[in-house]
Write a protein that binds this ligand. Structure first.
Ligand SMILES: [Zn+2]
Length: 87
């Protein structure tokens, strides 16, 4: 049996992105997402929206906050279901 080698990156940490909803200041339900670093356990959120841009922003903010030392956080795991509005 070959042991599958896991590529560990020193620059990128995997992150879990949670897609959920939250009530905003006006009492309306808004889509938002959270990101959590798999290594450091640091989380950031909410960032409003479920769009790829929202996720990217959430991960960027997580990187600024997280102390795991990686330069990037990558969306690896997903919790919840992303809702993308059609317009
Ligand atoms: Zn991290």
């Amino acid at each position: 049996m070959a042991i599958r080698r896991k590529r560990k990156s020193r620059t990128t940490a995997p992150a879990t992105v949670l897609f959920t909803q939250r009530t905003n200041e006006d009492g309306k339900k808004q889509l938002c997402c959270y990101a959590q670093c798999t290594y450091g356990g640091t989380s950031f959120g909410p960032v409003w929206g479920h769009s790829p841009a929202s996720v990217a922003k959430c991960l960027a903010e997580l990187t600024a906050k997280c102390d795991c030392g990686r330069k990037y956080h990558k969306h690896r795991y997903t919790e919840g279901v992303p809702i993308r509005n059609k317009k």
